[in-house]
Design a protein around this ligand. Structure first.
Ligand code: FAD
Length: 287
């Protein structure tokens, strides 16, 4: 049975931060899709819940200086349906599209997804491939962190008590082919064994830019910047994709869970990364 709690419903980010600062044992809640389950299971029992869902969303997307600014309180379904986002950040749209089911996506927010830091989440892997940064706010002030610095591990982030993710900023990448590939073993709504985001730009068959992020197989999504850099100037052939994917797979420290042990996860990551690179090369990707 859930412990009783006080529900506060501020109408601005400032008022939400103030409410969190005033109550020591308080937590923000947005869509509630993960938080309520954890409360029902008794893992979380704050005295005060500060509901962020009543704060008016400033607009799904603002584009300025080649940067997309996403309101953290935007629902995942709203993001996946946005035409300009489909054009500018197709890999994020693809990752949003495979989150759970439409009922969850209609209430779950992007900020909640990132702040929850479930290692099997989809959008953070795409956001990491896109070099996203987060704007965080407390009653005292604001700060910004790259997603890479924000994510620590399973359910673990740099968020401090009373701090809210206010927006997620994504630099618009140069035109390239993107794919988000989610490998699931059971139902279509299942959590992934691996989620892989790959971006590739080729010039005359040669790699000009490559981005690889792997999630779900590891305690938090990982980028492979050294491997990406080493691929520049190399002809993108099958053997190249296989070797690169093999190096990604051997470099990770997989989480062993109901989806499989470390050896299995490495094999899946190898196969999915290789396939994602080939899809991008062959133009079968998201764009
Ligand atoms: C059946 C089911 C299937 C799912 N499948 C998938 C899946 O396939 N892929 C996937 O990626 N996810 C999946 N999820 C997880 C789901 O996407 C997340 O629960 C959701 O995105 C969290 O967003 P929310 O707004 O509901 O957060 P909430 O549940 O309200 O909050 C989650 C956590 O984030 C904190 N929080 C929320 N908003 C903020 C904010 N703005 N600033 C600071 N902290 C905040 C809360 O305090 C809490 O700790 C699934 C969930 C369910 C229930």
């Amino acid at each position: 049975m859930m412990r009783s709690f006080t529900l506060l419903e501020p109408r601005s980010v400032e008022a939400a931060c103030e409410a969190l600062a005033q109550h020591e044992d308080s937590r923000p809640i947005a869509g509630g899709t993960s938080f309520v389950i954890m409360m029902k299971q008794g893992f979380l029992a704050p005295d005060v819940l500060v509901n962020l869902a009543k704060i008016p969303v400033r607009g799904t997307i603002e584009v300025a200086d080649d940067e997309v600014c996403l309101d953290a309180f935007t629902t995942i379904s709203r993001l996946e349906a946005d035409e300009s986002l489909r054009r500018l950040l197709p890999v994020l749209v693809a990752a949003c599209h495979v989150v759970a089911n439409i009922r969850i996506r209609n209430v779950a927010t992007l900020g909640g997804n990132v702040a929850h830091a479930d290692y099997q989440a989809d959008p953070p892997t795409a956001l990491l491939a896109l070099d996203a940064a987060l704007d965080l706010r407390t009653a005292e002030g604001q700060r910004s962190l790259t997603l890479d610095d924000f994510l620590f591990g399973i359910y673990s982030t740099a968020l401090q008590q009373g701090e809210i993710v206010e927006s997620i900023r994504v630099p618009v990448p140069s035109p390239m082919s993107w794919t988000y590939d989610k490998f699931k073993t059971r139902s279509s709504e299942d959590r992934p064994t691996a989620g892989v985001a790959v971006g590739l730009r080729t010039e005359g068959g040669v790699c000009a830019e490559l981005r690889i992020a792997v999630g779900a197989a590891t305690a938090r999504p990982i980028r492979f910047r050294d491997l990406e850099a080493s691929a520049a100037g190399v002809t993108v052939e099958d053997v190249f994709a296989d070797e690169l994917a093999g190096r990604v797979a051997t470099s990770i420290d997989p989480v062993e869970d109901l989806n499989g042990d470390a050896t299995y996860k490495r094999r899946i990551v190898h196969a999915v990364v290789r396939r994602a690179i080939m899809r991008c090369r062959d133009g079968e990707a998201t764009r």
